[in-house]
Design a protein around this ligand. Structure first.
Ligand SMILES: N[C@@H](CCC(=O)N[C@@H](CS)C(=O)NCC(=O)O)C(=O)O
Length: 225
């Protein structure tokens, strides 16, 4: 059995969980909250050399990084695949995964999450409203417009859920948990796309499983109703 270590509501941990659920893999979950001092287990440094979540254990084999973990699961249990067979679709799925982590998370969700949740509630540091304004006014519009231009159907790439959908939508789940709304007038395709992927069986199960964490942190789950 695979053990996934992380926090279910983390953007990157959710990628591993949705992939495991989609592939009907035998997995269990261990909570590790890196931003809370003293929380990670004693062997955390060897499980996750960066200290970040998620990390995974499969017998005596360990692995960190959501991308590595998802691709490990893809090899271990190929069906259903999270990567398209068409070479261009394959390339685009990997691109969107990289864009999700390197651009959407790093430049939008991470700063918003830190300013609205981590700083005031965990680190007891005041929220820097200038950072939030910068993200919402100058950073986010280009990213959301780009995604709006790329959506043409239920899935971002091909005709089944891929790593691209798992990674991109995971960011917008957290974005909405912390109270930000996607403007349906400006980004109608993106709004529908996120809702439809979140409602798929595998994503729906992952989101259902993380309900207690969301409630515990006082986050907003109403957008899923
Ligand atoms: N490239 C990594 C990024 C992981 C990452 O940024 N994880 C965040 C949570 S979503 C984290 O661990 N943050 C806490 C920290 O930086 O200490 C991956 O894909 O797994």
């Amino acid at each position: 059995m695979i053990t996934i270590h992380g926090v279910p509501l983390s953007v990157h941990t959710r990628k591993a969980i949705v992939t495991a659920i989609l592939k009907k893999m035998d997995y269990k979950f261990e909570v590790v909250i890196p931003v809370v001092p003293g929380n990670p287990p004693a062997n955390w440094n060897s499980l996750s050399p960066t200290g970040m979540i998620p990390a995974m254990q499969d017998g005596d084999f360990t692995l960190a990084d959501s991308n590595a973990i998802c691709l490990y699961m893809e090899k271990k249990q190929p069906a259903p695949s999270i990567l398209p067979s068409d070479v261009r679709d394959y390339g685009r799925a990997l691109w969107f995964d990289a864009y999700a982590g390197g651009t959407i998370f790093r430049h939008v969700v991470h700063p918003l999450f830190h300013q609205t949740v981590v700083n005031p509630n965990i680190k007891q540091v005041p929220t820097d409203k200038a950072i939030i304004d910068e993200v919402l006014t100058n950073v986010q519009p280009k990213i959301l417009s780009y995604l709006e231009s790329q959506i043409d159907g239920k899935y971002l790439v091909g005709n089944a859920m891929t790593l691209a959908d798992i990674a991109i939508v995971s960011n917008f789940i957290v974005y909405q948990y912390i109270g930000y709304k996607l403007d349906a007038a400006k980004y109608p395709k993106l709004v529908k796309y996120v809702k439809d992927i979140a409602a798929t069986e595998a994503y729906g199960k992952a989101l259902e499983d993380e309900k207690p964490f969301v409630a515990n942190m006082g986050l907003d789950r109403s957008f899923l109703n």
